[in-house]
Design a protein around this ligand. Structure first.
Ligand code: GDG
Length: 470
């Protein structure tokens, strides 16, 4: 079996792969450790051109090499802040209204992809299998192929793939899809995303899609053949359950409990991003207080929202909007000893978060669009099976297709969300337990290991190419 080479915009540090930093890093690292290999990508540093070109910096951890490069200010602005996060991210999340398109940024995006691919080449061995992650790196395989690389290359899209009519808003949509067709295997989070991609190929690229014997799809477009599949990302539920229980008796949980004075707790955790539906969520909670006076003073919403991409303008706006809403609602419903919304604009330790989930009666997860949403899965895994909380989940999270024990809501319907909260707050123990069991079964059946191993198995089964250029 050849080595594994993982390519992602950001590379986890060796310490981050060891435990509490995030499930994904741990999951991907597990596969790297088994096969041996390289994790390649941006270090997160903005550096001078000389330093950038001197990279990659190598750090060895057993059979795994962490290989990172810095980006120049111009590359960071055009590739990361620009086309990736101000064009692709909003459009792929159906927020064309927040997207901008600049030709220079797109050119920078392609230039950085080509440059990154070139820097990886000297680390590659002939049998390596290459697994590229996410929207920052759509043209990466095309750049490798242009340099004659024939290795198997797979791509996993962590965010939604938009319906063609939405994708058409990005002027170079055809080039992007053509670039995707340079991969051997494309993985999507949900059947809806895969279908949207097929739809584009058939209706806008004169492509063909067929089903293989093993239920996977084969596509042909732009003179290239590739496979596509649905690989729903998961978590390691038993590890989360264990850690959440272990942290349950720590001081932070005791402090929280004491401060709640017997009130019910609704928990939400999201990166501060407009795709997560935070403003709509606050308004739904406001409806609850407005329509159900019996809950005033008796329920608290804790929203943890660590800032991300804070140098992108649309992210500054969502922060302002949210601060305004939290202030307005708290002004309206606070008492001398009661604040309805506790809005925490900071990052917390992972296991601390899981123990807070365990303490709460509701996990309120209502993105407007989300590839999967791991918070929803983490919330379920962290519950105490003897007295589990209820997950209130948006129909627009990829996770909604699996977690049929959740109360599903439309995040644009404030009253509907408020009704789901009312239902969850007064749900009898037996019903909560039944729903929790259904959700846990789904998590165990399709955990992070299954996601990773099926993708890699399918990628390794693709016939190897004879030439780099497709
Ligand atoms: C993308 C896609 C897809 C959050 N706050 C803190 C913290 N987190 C952790 C959560 C969770 C992760 O970050 C967030 O994952 P999500 O899946 O919810 O969302 P995105 O960041 O948008 O991820 C998404 C995912 O990729 C994987 O494919 O599911 O759809 O958008 O693990 O717990 N972790 C810590 N402190 C925090 O304050 N430690």
């Amino acid at each position: 079996m050849g080595r594994l080479v993982v390519v992602s915009n950001r590379v986890a540090t060796p310490t981050e792969t060891k435990g509490s930093a995030g499930g994904l890093a741990v999951g991907v690292f597990g596969a790297l450790k088994d096969a041996g290999g390289v994790w390649f990508g941006w270090s997160g540093d903005v550096v001078s051109e000389t330093v950038a070109n001197a990279g990659p910096t190598l750090e060895q951890d057993g059979a795994v090499t962490f290989a990172t490069v810095g980006l120049t200010r111009k590359d960071y602005d055009q590739y990361y802040r620009g086309f990736s996060n101000a064009t692709l991210w909003p459009v792929f999340h159906y927020r064309n209204d927040l997207a901008r398109y600049e030709r220079e940024e797109y050119a920078g995006y392609r230039r950085v992809n080509a440059w990154l691919a070139h820097r990886l080449i000297k680390l590659l061995e002939p049998d390596d299998v290459i697994w590229v992650h996410d929207y920052h790196l759509i043209p990466f395989a095309e750049s490798l192929r242009a340099e004659g690389v024939t290795n198997r290359i797979g791509f996993f899209l962590h965010i939604p793939f938009p319906a063609p009519q939405i994708l058409l808003n990005i002027p170079p949509h055809e080039e992007l899809v053509k670039s995707l067709c340079c991969y051997d295997l494309l993985g999507f989070q949900t059947a809806t995303d895969e279908l949207a991609f097929h739809d584009y190929l058939v209706r806008h690229a004169r492509g063909r899609v067929s089903t293989t014997g093993d239920g996977k799809s084969e596509a042909e477009a732009f003179g290239r053949k590739l496979r596509t599949g649905v690989y729903r990302i998961g978590v390691f539920p038993d590890e989360i359950a264990e850690q959440a229980e272990r942290y349950e008796s720590r001081q932070h949980v005791l402090d929280l409990k004491q401060s709640l004075e017997g009130r019910k707790l609704i928990m939400s955790v999201d990166r501060l991003d407009y795709s997560k539906g935070l403003v709509e969520r606050f308004r739904a909670f406001e409806h609850l207080l407005e329509r159900s006076p019996e809950w005033r003073g008796n329920v608290t919403l804790v929203q943890i929202a660590p800032p991300t991409r804070s140098d992108v303008a649309t992210y500054q706006q969502i922060r302002q909007d949210l601060e305004y809403e939290a202030g307005r609602i708290n002004g309206r419903y606070s008492g001398l000893d009661y604040t309805p919304i506790r809005y925490l604009n900071q990052r917390y330790d992972r296991w601390k978060l899981m123990s807070l989930f365990r303490e709460s009666q509701i996990g309120f997860v209502t993105p407007l669009h989300d590839g999967m949403n791991l918070v929803a899965k983490e919330y379920v895994a962290a519950q105490n099976p003897d007295d589990p909380g209820v997950l209130v989940l948006s129909i627009f999270a990829g996770a909604a297709a699996e977690l049929s024990g959740a109360l599903l809501v439309n995040p644009h319907d404030a009253v509907g969300m408020c009704e789901a909260l009312q239902r969850a707050l007064s749900m009898p123990l037996e019903a909560r337990q039944r729903r929790h069991e259904i959700n846990m079964e789904a998590l165990r059946k399709n955990d992070l290991g299954v996601w990773r191993d099926t993708f890699l198995h399918d990628l390794r089964s693709v016939p190897v190419r004879k030439t780099g250029r497709a």
